[in-house]
Design a protein around this ligand. Structure first.
Ligand code: ADP
Length: 240
């Protein structure tokens, strides 16, 4: 599986990505998390990225292309899921060139469509744990202790760009840049669009698509299969 996840900022790409990772053997390569980790570590890439992100601007293509290229190289034998990259046609073409070199082009692009008023509320409620990339939402996925990461006990932070003014800039830019990207992938017949107001409405659509396209087993079937296996064992013992 070589998948790209697209959707408005706040459309729930992170949530869908975690579910896919949990249920299938997929490694997520998330541009926003990679950038924030670089900023937290104070790397050269992080310093340049921070200047752009603070103003709601995109990080320059050349930096993004190199950052993601390194990550793809590390994960080239795995199923992977790109989240947040590519965002421009320039980045998409660079990604194609990179993947074509190894004959491993993208084989699915998933576009998440969530109404804008739902997205705006989510942005206001979102808190994150930078080192792990874990995302919490005060309305439907709150941490056990307010402001604290459930796993490490470390402090949660608000992203600098999660405020209404910066959000508006991000949304406008996103529309202008994503439309051509959707057309670009639509021409290749690898684009699907999943609609819904909640991640619970959208996830089953993604799961059915993965099962149909990649011939992978649904996690629900795996449960059924192991139950069936147990029943079979019991039946075999009784026969003996
Ligand atoms: P969201 O999914 O809410 O847009 P991200 O965590 O994906 O947020 O990205 C946060 C910020 O990181 C973006 O606003 C942008 O400044 C920068 N960024 C992430 N991915 C890219 C990319 N592919 N190209 C340029 N900038 C990027």
């Amino acid at each position: 599986m070589r998948i790209l996840l697209l959707g408005n900022p706040g459309a729930g790409k992170g949530t869908q990505s975690s579910r896919m990772q949990k249920n299938f053997n997929i490694t997520a390569i998330t541009s926003g998390n990679l950038l924030r980790q670089n900023i937290a570590k104070g790397t050269t890439v992080g310093k340049i990225a921070a200047k752009h992100m603070e103003h709601g601007e995109f990080v320059p293509d050349d930096i993004m292309i190199e950052l993601i290229g390194d990550e793809l190289q590390r994960n080239k034998r795995q199923n992977w899921l790109l989240d947040g990259f590519p965002r421009t046609i320039n980045q998409a073409m660079a990604l194609d060139d990179n993947l074509n070199l190894s004959g491993q082009s993208l084989n699915l692009v998933i576009n998440l469509q969530v109404p804008e008023e739902v997205i705006l509320q989510r942005i206001m409620d979102r808190w994150i744990h930078v080192p792990s990339g874990r995302v919490y939402n005060l309305s439907y996925n709150p941490p056990k202790i307010h402001g604290i990461d459930d796993v490490t006990g470390e402090k949660l932070t608000k992203r600098d760009d999660d405020n209404p003014d910066i959000f508006k800039i991000r949304l406008q830019k996103h529309h202008a840049l994503t439309e051509p990207l959707l057309e670009y992938y639509n021409k290749r017949n690898i684009l699907i669009t999943c609609n819904g107001r909640t991640s619970d409405e959208i996830y089953p659509q993604i799961e059915s698509e993965l099962i149909a396209r990649f011939n992978v087993i649904s996690p629900n079937n795996q449960v059924k299969t192991s139950t069936e296996k147990n029943l079979l064992k019991v039946a075999t013992r009784e026969n003996l």
